[in-house]
Design a protein around this ligand. Structure first.
Ligand code: VGL
Ligand code: ZN
Length: 202
């Protein structure tokens, strides 16, 4: 059992990020059994859920003429335009059917129509908090292990923010999978290491 100041953060293990989903990550479902097993070692388990309204500003379909996976400038910086995914209450937004969901907390993100939220801690403006930091601090959590989807987007942003907030962060790369869009995986790996995140393969 891990110490009770150590939490497991499971990022966006949802149908739309798994094979046949709207924004499928190759092999995204392969990590589910390992994550379920790891949960047994933790008292504190948090799941995050990407949770967009219809017509979200991160969807290419909300920008007439824009191509999926192109990049636009938003008031808060560059934004990749994704296929419609994880729409609130749809089957694609549900957790993978085999994922254990008896976690302490489920935190939803990306519900603000005008701002995407890759990180479990802040929206993509890097300042609007989700509330997760307060939850973890009031529970006395100091150390985080992160797993889930996708390594180069939501796991990356969450891990870097957590490290900046002063948590001791390890990403279990064997329990993540990447989208790998235009070098995003390499950039994310470098960015996480530079932020002091430990990358651990099993
Ligand atoms: C994610 C792109 C868009 C993720 C979420 O969970 O990594 N990526 N929304
Ligand atoms: Zn999303």
């Amino acid at each position: 059992m891990q110490a009770n100041d150590h939490a497991l953060i499971v990022i966006d293990v949802q149908n739309d990020f798994c094979p046949r989903g709207a924004l499928a990550v190759a092999d995204g479902d392969a990590i589910v059994p390992g994550i379920n097993a790891l949960m047994q070692d933790f008292d504190a388990v948090v799941l995050t859920q990407d949770w967009h309204p219809h017509g979200h500003s991160s969807f290419a379909s909300s920008h007439p003429g824009a191509e999926v996976m192109s990049i636009v400038d938003m008031p808060y910086g560059p934004q990749v335009l994704w296929p419609d995914h994880c729409i609130q209450g749809t089957p694609g937004s549900d957790f993978h059917g085999h994922l254990r969901t008896d976690a302490n907390l489920i935190i939803r993100k990306g519900y603000n129509p005008a701002i995407d939220s890759y990180s479990a801690f802040f929206e993509n403006d890097h300042e609007t908090p989700t509330g997760l930091e307060g939850y973890l601090r009031t529970r006395g959590i100091k150390t985080l292990t992160m797993v889930g989807l996708a390594l180069d987007f939501c796991v990356n942003y969450s891990a870097v923010d957590a490290a900046k907030l002063g948590f001791d962060v390890t990403v279990r790369t064997d329990l993540t999978r990447a989208i790998d869009l235009g070098g995003s995986l390499e950039a994310a790996t470098t960015g996480m290491r530079d932020a002091g995140v430990t990358l651990k393969d099993a």
